[in-house]
Design a protein around this ligand. Structure first.
Ligand code: SF4
Ligand code: SF4
Length: 92
């Protein structure tokens, strides 16, 4: 089941060169995965390289349409604490 990239992708370009199959390409909106080329990195890497390198939580979905990097998984800030943390940062 191929991975996919959704609108929250910020087009940082990190995932495309990391894909062993050249499955990731750029569109005007955001990067996309060619489902015919994505192998979930099986046989090449233990982890899906796109999801491992993506810095944006929620931008990549696995083959079950589940978020590969859920909220809080990269920032270490639990979702319920995020608003509080943002307010604190902006007050500095
Ligand atoms: S899971 Fe692997 S093969 Fe599929 S798009 Fe991501 S990097 Fe490429
Ligand atoms: S690494 Fe994530 S944010 Fe960067 S281009 Fe790929 S999907 Fe988009």
């Amino acid at each position: 089941m191929p991975y996919s990239i959704v609108e929250s992708c910020v087009k940082c370009h990190a995932c495309s060169p990391a894909c062993p199959n050249g499955a990731i390409y750029e569109t005007t909106a955001h990067f996309m995965v060619d489902p015919k080329k994505c192998t979930e990195c099986e046989g090449d890497y233990a982890d899906p390289q796109c999801a491992s390198i993506c810095p944006i939580e929620g931008a990549i979905l696995n083959g079950f349409s589940e978020v590969a990097n859920p909220p809080g998984s990269l920032t270490g800030i639990p979702p319920e604490k995020l608003a509080e943390a943002m307010a604190e940062i902006q007050a500095r």
